[in-house]
Design a protein around this ligand. Sequence first.
Ligand code: ASP
Length: 598
Amino acid sequence: MYRDIWCGELRESHAGSRFKLCGWVFRRRDHGGLIFIDLRDRSGIVQIVFSPDVSAESHKLAHNLRSEFVISVDGEIRLRPDGTANDEIATGKVELYAGNLQVLNESAVLPFMIEEAADASEALRLKHRYLDLRRPELQHNFVIRHKTTKSVRDFLDSAGFLEIETPMLTKSTPEGARDYLVPSRLNPGFFYALPQSPQIFKQILMVAGMERYFQIVKCFRDEDLRADRQPEFTQVDLEMAFTDSAEIMALIEGMIAKLFHDVINVTIYTPFKVLSFKQAMEKYGSDKPDLRFGMEIADMGDLARLSSFKVFLDALDSGGRVKAICGKGMASLSRKEIDMLTEDAKAYGAKGLAWIKVKGGFESPIAKFFQNDVLQQIAARADACEGDLILFVADKESVVHNVLGRMRLDLGKRLNLIGAGYSFSWVTDFPLFEWDEEEKRYSAMHHPFTSPSYESEERMLQLPVEAFQPGAPSDILSSLTAKAYDLVLNGYEIGGGSMRIHKSEVQKRMFQVLGIGDEEAYKKFGFLLDALQYGAPPHGGIALGLDRLVMLMVGASSIRDVIAFPKTQKAVCQMSGAPSAVDQKQLRELYIKVNAPL
Ligand code: ASP
């Protein structure tokens, strides 16, 4: 046996007893007479003292110990002498006086010290991920991740869900990203797609009478990567028959509350705030609003109408919007600082930024276009008092919301308004369709299996054929809404789901509107369309992004810190070197010829 207790478990109550420990040499200090070692295992760190009076042999051997050598050591636990306790570690009041020391393995010179790993370049850390992962901070992240999946499993198990695996070698699922393809050797020229999500299979499990399914599952999307994206990521995926949106939302709230209590001992109050997509966009300029602070966006259209300011009037005349946010205490900004804000607004897509300072009156290049009582009303609506700065954007609605939404977040940070804590909300009633300006067609905002709301379904079924794929945005199609709900935490979308279409005629109509012809629909999703004909129950579900959720729970800034072996922005695994070229023989067996310059 290598150990009879873990390093991090030792306390004052153990003083006087003998224990055997094992782990890695974290730090070594040679004080001539005594040699001190911080021994680290997954549970924590404890100080080992090598004294020639206790064991001359071990003391001699300890001279050769270097960082990350693997050792096993036994000895007596003693209280540290007065004044030498280390309050920063849980074992800081005790130390082990080494008796027998065994060096189990040596370590080559490290590319970076474990305790200084955070300062090493990310490329180097990812190349030697096994060393990076020895960092206590990262080990903590994986403890939290493990506890999270355990809590979720326990919760869903007690709510009657079955964990069922769905295939990894599958057909393309339409989640809107590119597929990772896998060639089939036995079917030359044919490819599997790695699942972007188990969407279709989980719906078919509902048709199959499984009633409640869940899976903690890898999904693959070949997208350009950002800080919180990875080509393979994990979802807590679930689906339920005979249910409705309210039941699924309540279930997830219960799961989250238990999870935060079990894993990080944080109380989360339910029910969560619910905002419609429209409200979220109007007030926060985002469909994943950070509700840890206010600073709501105010509509100034009617008041702008009363002005003679051409930029505002033109925007309104061409169907656009004029809206504003208030920067508390920001009337003191210099002209130069305001110019910098204007540059930000331009970078976000605005043509410019209008502003009014409330400073013993109204100070602004545009004040002259407004009557004083209108300025008063503007200030009241923006919730601006003496000392505040009102910022306006006038443009197309989508531009106004995007720019002010982003500026709200910037100002929230700048003014230190974003408190600690976890602010959950639901965003519901999403549009069913989204106009794709480039392709000049509608696509499904969530995915094409999402059920329209009751009235939208009626209207969609009544649409004349010429209304499908109109070639330009259509008022009717744009106004249809979905029974979809996104779960938002602190400005991040951490989950999304919907009620599904369970009638094949509605599903067929959905494909028609999306310009997916019968033949194409059948080729791609025929198995779902078939299944829907045989007594499909009403059903719905959701998927939560596990990586993002754990990232927020541990306060990490990137999901790479909660994924054991993440990939870089270029989708490369620095450690294994994947993706890599393969043997000609392998390619020949797959009937594949590579054209790319290798
Ligand atoms: N399949 C969806 C996704 O991956 C989630 C869902 O609708 O359940 O986003």
